[in-house]
Design a protein around this ligand. Structure first.
Ligand SMILES: [Zn+2]
Length: 260
């Protein structure tokens, strides 16, 4: 059974508030600017996590002397559901950007660097990238290994965290794209699993704590409905999400020209 006790999902508003306290002053040097943004995001994440813990520790606020009709309660619930869903998406956007910026700073994951690297150096770079993703997303990883196996990639949940296995043939390709795509796909599964577990552990309090419970429930159902039949597999919500994230990584890292 997978334990995700350390997992904390940050409220986007808190994260944005924290970001608002920092002035971005991009210099001419893009790499310095990226380093600063990444550092700021990680700092803002830590601050938001502290604020989140304090908020979660407070007792539920129940208005005194107000009777709400069933209709009002339903509307309130709908609003909270919608807000939580939007918060998750904006937090994910920031985390994804911080992840791609961290990947960009690994020379071996650049096409030129990869082309001149050994298999061992390529493996090392991918393990390093997974460590960056682990820190940005606060999703515990049990390790990244390379094997010859039927699938391109695999994500298994263990008591140490998610263990990611990548097909070793990915290390032999002349471009890093496929390896990064597979790593990001499998890491997204680790995140999805941690999210479902986090929301499940919050239980009755999940909505108030800011969990996007609709998505967590959809992912939990998709997890239970995994099928070997290809069309069902491809249409599974978890696969769809992982493919989207992987495509975003490739687009951002290898297909979009970055100003220098
Ligand atoms: Zn998958």
């Amino acid at each position: 059974m997978y334990e995700s006790g350390e997992h904390r999902e940050l409220g986007a508003s808190t994260l944005l508030e924290s970001l608002g306290k920092v002035r971005f002053e991009p210099s001419g040097d893009v790499s310095d600017w990226r380093t600063m943004i990444l550092g700021t995001l990680l700092e803002a994440g830590k601050e938001a996590a502290r604020a989140w813990s304090e908020r979660a520790a407070r007792p539920a606020e129940t208005p005194q002397g107000t009777e709400r009709t069933a209709e009002e309660l339903h509307e309130l619930r709908e609003r909270v559901l919608e807000r939580n869903a939007q918060e998750r998406l904006s937090v994910e956007q920031y985390k994804a950007e911080a992840t791609w910026q961290a990947f960009e700073r690994i020379p071996t994951l650049q096409p030129e660097g990869w082309a001149h690297a050994t298999r061992e150096q390529r493996a090392e770079a991918l393990v390093h990238a997974a460590g960056d993703a682990e820190r940005v997303w606060s999703v515990p990883l049990g390790g990244v290994t390379f094997e010859r196996m039927p699938a391109q990639g695999l994500c298994e949940h263990t008591s140490e965290g998610a263990v990611i296995t990548l097909h070793s043939s990915l290390l032999e390709l002349d471009h890093p794209k496929e390896a990064v795509k597979t790593l990001v796909h499998e890491f997204e599964h680790a995140y999805q699993w941690a999210y479902v577990e986090g929301a499940r552990q919050a239980g009755q309090d999940a909505l108030r704590q800011g969990w996007d419970v609709t998505t967590a429930a959809t992912w939990a159902r998709a997890d239970a409905e995994y099928s070997d039949r290809w069309h069902r597999y491809a249409n599974n919500a978890l696969e769809h999400g992982a493919n989207l994230r992987a495509a975003a990584a490739v687009e951002r890292l290898y297909l979009r020209s970055v100003p220098s």
